[in-house]
Design a protein around this ligand. Structure first.
Ligand SMILES: NC(=O)c1ccc[n+]([C@@H]2O[C@H](COP(=O)([O-])OP(=O)(O)OC[C@H]3O[C@@H](n4cnc5c(N)ncnc54)[C@H](O)[C@@H]3O)[C@@H](O)[C@H]2O)c1
Length: 397
């Protein structure tokens, strides 16, 4: 059982609370901090929480609190983390870790120097469909991973501060790209070094300083490539999709729209449908159990178990830092229109990998390019001669 201080009573603070105190969980939020006391009190009433305050330090220092969960706007993460270090309280924080790599690095160094448990709450690598797909990838069902793509697009965030580039630290690349980058990085292998980024970004619709639409590519040292697609201008709800392609297979995941639950209503009795749904009439795509389907349950279970057992969770501040460093290069590339190297002052994975060979032996003299059975029943192989390089097809009997 864990006793938690929740910092932030807004959108994600409440999703987290629904997960932490959901089902028959024994974990308990014992202290809630919000900027306005009235909001802290409302949260305390809703979640039966013994202590509420509009003083962040008081929530962190509260004697019943064993772990602090940061669910605050991006510009407040660092202050909150530093206070957790001061009181040596284990800390788990929402995404993105920082507004940029420098902020994230300071937080990483601070928690490690303080010697406190640290977890990065990237829920989408704990989503049930992701976990199933990831296990298949780990077990080799897709062979060598060549390309991983993740897309998160919706009509834009729900609070004012997200739209202020100073407070948020960026636009949809930082807000949504952080998810996509960690998803694709996990499929490719978190010990494989990300080398450089090419990114297009633009402000196509919203009257803001940050980007509201972007597409990026990330090159990895072993030759794999990741792709992210993010938007705050997408219409039609929240589109959360991942694709992975390997030498032996492919996976497509649709986490949110078109999940298999489809419903039509004229609007009578219409209610909340799903996060960022734009309509509650007509054809709808409700989500069975958002808290579970978005990975929050699996994420908190792993975080608290690791904390209790003194183990490192799958996602730590180090991962948050790597994601922030990749995003810094994406912003740079969007300006320079060039492939921009990723600056990783701290790197704990493999170094010096080269691209793997793509030569498959067919026989002593030839490499195999492809084999196929045609619609007219011919079994063909297409071969490349090892000596001459000549490409020829052969019909097999
Ligand atoms: N899937 C996810 O992982 C996910 C989803 C949404 C948001 N988030 C992240 O959660 C964090 C909070 O986002 P949210 O959507 O809950 O925001 P929100 O605006 O709904 O809530 C913010 C909360 O922080 C409190 N707060 C404390 N200090 C503040 C300050 N100086 N300025 C503004 N608010 C302050 C507010 O009282 C409020 O309770 C952000 O870092 C965001 O990126 C993560």
């Amino acid at each position: 059982m864990s006793q938690i201080a929740m910092l932030g009573s807004g959108f994600i603070g409440r999703f987290y609370a629904d997960s932490i105190q959901g089902q028959r969980s024994k974990d308990k939020i014992v202290s809630i901090y919000a900027r306005k006391e009235v909001n802290a009190k409302k949260f305390a009433d809703d979640y039966n929480c013994e202590h509420f305050t509009s003083n962040m330090e008081e929530a962190i220092a509260h004697p019943s609190v064993e772990v602090v969960c940061i669910a605050l706007p991006n510009n407040v993460h660092e202050d909150a983390v530093m206070l957790c270090c001061k009181y040596k309280k284990p800390v788990i924080t929402t995404k993105p870790l920082g507004r940029n790599g420098a902020e994230a690095l300071r937080m990483l160094k601070a928690v490690e120097e303080a010697g406190i448990f640290n977890g990065y709450l990237e829920d989408l690598v704990y989503a049930p469909k992701f976990l199933k797909a990831y296990n298949s990838v780990k077990n080799g069902a897709l062979g060598r991973i060549l390309w991983a793509k993740s897309r998160e697009t919706h009509p834009g965030p729900h609070s004012d501060w997200f739209w202020n580039i100073e407070l948020a630290g960026g636009g949809c690349i930082l807000d949504l790209g952080c998810h996509c980058i960690e998803i694709t990085r996990t499929f490719i292998g978190k010990d494989i070094k990300p080398l450089e980024v090419m990114c297009w970004a633009d402000t196509q619709v919203k009257p803001i300083d940050a980007e509201d639409h972007a597409i990026g590519l990330i090159k990895y040292e072993n030759g794999a490539i990741a792709q992210f697609e993010v938007s705050w201008t997408f219409r039609g709800g929240m589109d959360l999709r991942d694709e992975v392609m390997g030498t032996e297979g492919t996976i497509w995941i649709n986490n949110f729209l078109r999940t298999g639950l489809e419903m039509f209503t004229t609007g009578k009795g219409a209610d909340y449908v799903a996060e960022k749904a734009e309509s509650n009439t007509g054809w709808l795509f409700p989500v069975g159990d958002e808290v579970n389907d978005l990975g929050y349950n699996h994420m908190f279970t792993e975080m608290f178990e690791c904390m209790e057992e003194g183990k490192e969770p799958r996602e730590t501040f180090y991962d948050g830092y790597v994601v922030n460093a990749i995003i810094d290069s994406a912003y740079k590339s969007a300006k320079t229109k060039l492939w921009e190297p990723i600056q990783l002052e701290v790197w704990r994975g493999q170094e010096g990998l080269s691209k793997q060979s793509n030569l498959t032996d067919y026989d002593e003299d030839n490499y195999l390019i492809k084999e196929e059975v045609t619609h007219y029943g011919a079994k063909k192989v297409i071969l490349k001669n090892k000596q001459t390089g000549k490409i020829e097809e052969k019909i097999l009997e």
